[in-house]
Design a protein around this ligand. Structure first.
Ligand code: SF4
Length: 144
């Protein structure tokens, strides 16, 4: 099984604020598997640190309300190309790029709504199964 993974879950300091979301359990699970790490925001040309982003409907905005949808779409398409042939993607929850099922609502008020990140939607459209760091139980079974 070929796996795509959000770079921040592997400990890369690629989040908007220069931090990561290293997840040791996922790293352990990946030990005997082929995987490709990607960060759609880095591939979109965002520098670190950069302003926080949130998705609102089909658009993505910075906290100061700059529309960065085209930029993020371009980088997400690049990321999708890089992970061609992957069966599953393990993505960072709640991100406007990588989030799955729940994302922030675009008001920068810490409010979650149903929805996916821009990159996640592209993966789903291309038949890639999505998991997040919150699916450890399922991933344990899948990758054992
Ligand atoms: S775009 Fe995805 S991989 Fe990059 S920092 Fe955000 S959640 Fe992590």
């Amino acid at each position: 099984m070929k796996i795509a993974i959000s770079a921040c879950l592997l400990g890369d300091n690629v989040r908007y604020d220069g931090s990561n979301k290293k997840n040791n359990e996922i790293i352990k699970l990946l030990a005997n598997h082929e995987y490709i790490k990607i960060c759609p925001e880095i591939l979109s040309g965002f520098k670190i640190p950069h302003e926080a982003l949130e998705r609102k409907n089909d658009k993505v905005y910075t906290k100061s309300h700059k529309d960065v949808t085209a930029k993020l779409n371009k980088g997400s398409a690049k990321a999708l190309k890089l992970i061609e042939g992957c069966d599953i993607a393990i993505l960072k929850s709640k991100s406007p790029s990588c989030g799955y099922k729940k994302i922030y609502d675009g008001t920068f008020s810490n409010t979650l709504i149903d929805g996916n990140g821009i990159f996640t939607d592209m993966c789903i459209k291309n038949g890639i199964e999505i998991y997040t760091e919150n699916d450890l139980e399922i991933l344990n079974e899948l990758l054992k």
